[in-house]
Write a protein that binds this ligand. Structure first.
Ligand SMILES: Nc1ncnc2c1ncn2[C@@H]1O[C@H](COP(=O)(O)OP(=O)(O)OP(=O)(O)O)[C@@H](O)[C@H]1O
Ligand SMILES: [Mg+2]
Length: 434
């Protein structure tokens, strides 16, 4: 029998899910050759060769047909979730989400990051089904879900104020998604214990939510969202109420869970550190629009506009006018009359108002003499702060702009406040935006 490639005509797709005890198997949608189907048999175990690992998969099939043995390929061709031209207004006049187009890939950890009021929760609520789009459509596996109520979407959700059931014990709260799915009692007990263990709440299963602290309640909500191995988990600032240590523990747990189960996560946070450590991709929101969506590294190293450059990570911001333009680069002429050359990110025209941005670790500080290479400005060290593993300098440029410089402690230089310094801005790292 010939293996069938994902997306190949002649195959058909069914829903296949990881079977307990085979943790290497991702859940997902698989294509099966028609010739390998057995008919009339109940859900059966098939062998799946996914990437390099071979694992057995229990198949929860749609329709009457059950696949037999064969090579199966993960169908990665279609996004799990697609937002198509989604708009949202709450009051009928202001569009808090003007036009959202977004594809969420199967198995990815996607974080929505952005300032307060930028529309992150609104987007997550529309995906969860608690809010409906004013226009546009959200597709799950290519099918519109606007008419599917939240509880039928089969997502694990944790919202900031998503209450627990006060009249149910902790164990009953966590078991709730399993109960409605009619999971057998023994399996239910095992899964609840596993979930409570994960959020470090063992031993509290007989208590009621009112007898727990806010952070503990939040962890129960996390356990309840994950207990049934949902294909998609939506979380809105789920670790906000936890202390630093527990938050870091939960970040590692969530990331590990994501790696092990292949569950798709859509995660909202204000916390850049959290977004950068956990995510495969980050969507940076502002004014209801995605400003940039990419890997953490691209977001940090090559922001596509001024907002992203300023919002993600630390940087020095220079204001000026665009001077000479040449092959992907341009000059920024500062109010002091001095100029620097950098990457012309948004194709600024000569004479336009522009903003230069550079990360603190990319600026070179020279204390003895101006370096021979160009793109240098003289400055005065304003202050020096020890951070244990590095130094931070704040320097004042001739036009009073403050430049932030990060220096490794391995440097022999001994910077002192009030002394002159020459700052070099290597031009691949000085990015100029409109
Ligand atoms: N139920 C509502 N009725 C009216 N306006 C709303 C409602 N919910 C949100 N908004 C408005 O929609 C915009 C986006 O809000 P949203 O809650 O999506 O932002 P957010 O990015 O999640 O912010 P935060 O980081 O503060 O949670 C805001 O201007 C907000 O005031
Ligand atoms: Mg919010």
């Amino acid at each position: 029998m010939r293996p069938i490639q994902s997306g190949e005509p002649g195959g058909d797709s069914i829903q296949a899910r990881r079977s307990p005890g085979y943790p290497t198997q991702a859940s997902g949608r698989y294509l099966f050759p028609r010739s390998s189907w057995h008919t009339g048999i109940g859900p059966s175990v098939v062998r799946a060769e996914i990437n390099e690992g071979v694992a057995a998969t229990r198949v929860l099939h749609r329709g009457r047909i059950t696949p037999g043995h064969g090579r199966l390929y993960l169908d990665n061709t279609q996004a799990l979730v697609t937002f198509v031209g989604v708009q949202k207004t709450y009051d009928g006049t202001t569009l808090v989400v003007p036009d959202l187009n977004l594809e969420i890939q199967r198995g990815e950890f996607l974080t929505l990051l952005g300032p307060s009021g930028s529309g992150k929760t609104t987007c997550l609520m529309m995906l969860a089904g608690f809010e409906s789009p004013t226009a546009g459509e959200i597709l799950l596996d290519g099918q519109p879900i606007s008419r599917t109520p939240p509880h039928k979407r089969n997502f694990g959700v944790v919202f900031q104020n998503y209450a627990l059931f006060p009249h149910l014990t902790i164990a009953e709260n966590v078991a709730y998604p399993l109960t409605v799915r009619k999971v057998a009692k023994d399996e239910c007990t095992r899964l609840v214990a596993r979930a409570l263990n994960m959020v470090r709440l063992e031993g509290l299963d007989a208590r009621y939510p009112g007898q727990l602290s806010g952070g503990q309640q939040q962890r129960v909500a996390l356990a309840r969202a994950l207990v049934f191995d949902p294909q998609l988990v939506l979380m809105d600032e789920p670790l906000g109420a936890l202390d630093k240590q527990l938050r870091e523990h939960m970040q590692i747990e969530l990331k590990e869970l994501h790696r092990k189960l292949g569950v798709t996560f859509v995660y909202v946070t204000h916390d850049q550190g959290e977004a950068l450590t956990m995510s495969d991709r980050v969507a940076v929101f502002n004014d209801g629009r995605i400003q940039m969506i990419d890997t953490v590294e691209k977001l940090y190293e090559t922001p596509s506009n001024r907002f992203v450059a300023g919002f993600v990570g630390d940087s020095t911001l220079l204001r000026g006018q665009c001077g000479t333009i040449s092959a992907g680069q341009c000059e920024i002429v500062l109010p002091s009359g001095e100029s620097l050359t950098g990457v012309n990110v948004n194709a600024a025209a000569s004479g336009a108002r522009v903003f230069g941005s550079i990360r603190p670790e990319r600026i070179e500080a020279h204390f003895d003499a101006a370096p021979a290479a160009g793109n240098v400005m003289s400055a005065i060290v304003k202050d020096v702060i020890y951070f244990g593993d590095h130094l931070r300098l704040r320097c004042t440029l001739p036009d009073e702009t403050e430049a932030k410089v990060r220096m490794a402690l391995t440097s022999n230089a001994q910077p002192q406040a009030g002394k002159p310094v020459w700052l070099r801005f290597p031009n691949p790292h000085l990015r100029i935006y409109t």
